[in-house]
Ligand binder design. Structure first.
Ligand code: NDP
Length: 320
C-alpha cells in the first residue's frame, strides 16, 4: 500500500524532544511556523532519566529532569507546537519538500530541525540497569554532586572517562578508573591529568562483571560495590564503592540520517561553523546529535534556539 501524506506542506518538522527539540519548538511556535515535533522513543530525551538537575539556570533549588521537560513541552505547546508521541522511521532529503516517514505516513515539510540527541553507551549488564539512578550513572556533571566524600569508580579508557574521573575528584574521596585494556584511547593530555591527580587510581585489564547493592529499609536501592574481573589472571574480586560512572562513550542517534546528510566519522551531524546548517539547505541540526563537546541541557537548548532562528531565516529567504 502506498504511504499517504496528510495533505499539507509543513513549514518545519522537528525530530526529537529533548531540550534542543523543545526549545526549537518554542521558538518556531512563537514565530507562527506551526511546528510538528515527533518526540521519538524517549519523549523529553536524556534528562528524563536523570533525577535532580541543579545546573539549569533559572531554578535556584534545582528541578527534576522529567518536570523540566514537561514544563518545556507545555511552554512550546502554548505557542502552537504540535507534539506527537511518534517515531520517525526514515527521511528523504533528496528534494524539497522533504519527506518524513512516520507510522506508514509521509509528512512533507519545507524545513527540518534534527534534535535526536545521543545516548550514553551502556555495558548491558542487568545489575547496571537495576541500579541506574541509584549509584550507577552515565553523567558525572549531572550526578557527581551526590557522591560527596564517597568512593567512586569510572569505567572506560577514553577522554570521557578521564574527564569524568577528574571532575568527580571534586566530590568523591577516591576515584578509580577501571579500563579493560592496558593502553588508553584517551588523549595524552587528558590521561596525564588523570594520572597526576592524587585522588585517582587505575585498575587496568579489568572489567565490571556486576554492580553490587542493597535495598535499604526505606525501600531505596543503593550501590555498595562492584564485582570486577582481571582479564589477565581471570580472577574476580569485590571492590567497595558507592558510585559507578560509565564513561564508555556516547552514541549520537543519527542512524536514520546516514546517506541523507553529512555526518562526522563518529556519527555526529556535521554543521557549518557558528550555525546549525547541515550540508542540505533547509535541514538544521542541534543538541547532542550535533555536539559531542559540551553535551549539556543548556547548550542543547541554546543550539535549539539557533536552529529555530536559522530555519525561520531560511523559510523567509525561500519566500523572497
Ligand atoms: P571513546 O570511544 O574514545 O572511548 C571509549 C572508552 O570506553 C574506550 O577506552 C573503550 O575501551 C571503553 N569501552 C567501550 N565499550 C566498552 C565496554 N563494553 N566495556 C568496557 N570498556 C568499553 O569515547 P569517549 O566518549 O571517551 O570519547 C569520544 C570522543 O569525544 C573522542 O573523540 C574524545 O576525544 C572526545 N571527547 C573529548 C573531550 C574533551 O576534549 N574534553 C571529553 C570527552 C570526549 P577500548 O579503548 O578498549 O576500546
Amino acid at each position: 500500500m502506498k504511504a499517504m501524506t496528510d495533505g499539507h506542506i509543513h513549514n518545519v518538522i522537528i525530530i526529537g524532544s529533548g531540550p534542543a527539540g523543545l526549545t526549537a519548538a518554542l521558538y518556531t511556535g512563537r514565530a507562527n511556523l506551526g511546528p510538528i515535533v515527533f518526540e521519538g522513543l524517549q519523549p523529553g530525551g536524556q534528562l528524563t532519566i536523570t533525577t535532580d538537575i541543579e545546573n539549569y539556570p533559572g531554578f535556584e533549588h534545582g528541578i527534576m529532569g522529567p518536570a523540566l521537560m514537561d514544563t518545556m513541552r507545555k511552554q512550546a505547546q502554548r505557542f502552537g507546537a504540535d507534539c506527537r508521541f511518534k517515531i520517525v522511521e526514515k527521511v528523504d532529503f533528496c528534494s524539497s519538500p522533504f519527506k518524513i516517514f512516520v507510522d506508514g505516513e509521509i509528512y512533507l515539510t519545507k524545513s527540518v530541525i534534527i534534535a535526536t540527541g545521543a545516548s550514553a553507551k551502556l555495558l548491558g549488564l542487568p545489575s547496571e540497569t537495576e541500579y541506574m539512578g541509584y549509584g550507577v550513572s552515565a553523567c558525572a556533571t549531572c550526578d557527581g554532586f551526590f557522591f560527596k566524600n564517597q568512593r567512586i569508580v569510572v569505567i572506560g579508557g577514553g577522554d570521557t572517562a578521564m574527564e569524568e574521573a577528574n571532575y568527580l575528584t571534586k566530590f568523591g574521596k577516591e576515584v578509580v578508573i577501571v579500563h579493560r585494556r592496558n593502553e588508553f584511547r584517551a588523549s595524552k593530555i587528558m590521561l596525564e591529568r588523570a594520572q597526576k591527580n592524587p585522588k585517582i587510581k587505575f585498575l587496568t585489564n579489568t572489567v565490571l562483571v556486576e554492580v553490587l547493592g542493597v535495598t535499604t529499609e526505606m525501600g531505596a536501592k543503593k550501590v555498595t560495590g562492584a564485582l570486577f574481573k582481571n582479564l589477565e589472571t581471570g580472577e574476580t574480586f569485590v571492590h567497595e564503592c558507592e558510585g559507578i560512572f560509565l564513561g564508555i562513550g556516547h552514541q549520537p542517534n543519527t542512524g536514520i540520517f546516514e546517506g541523507q546528510i553529512d555526518l562526522e566519522p563518529n556519527g555526529y551531524i556535521k554543521t557549518k561553523k557558528s550555525s546549525t546548517e547541515t550540508n542540505v539547505p533547509g535541514v538544521f541540526a542541534c543538541g547532542d546529535a550535533q555536539d559531542h563537546v559540551y553535551r549539556q541541557a543548556i547548550t542543547a537548548a541554546g543550539t535549539g534556539c539557533m536552529a529555530a532562528i536559522d530555519a525561520e531565516r531560511y523559510l523567509e529567504s525561500q519566500e523572497d
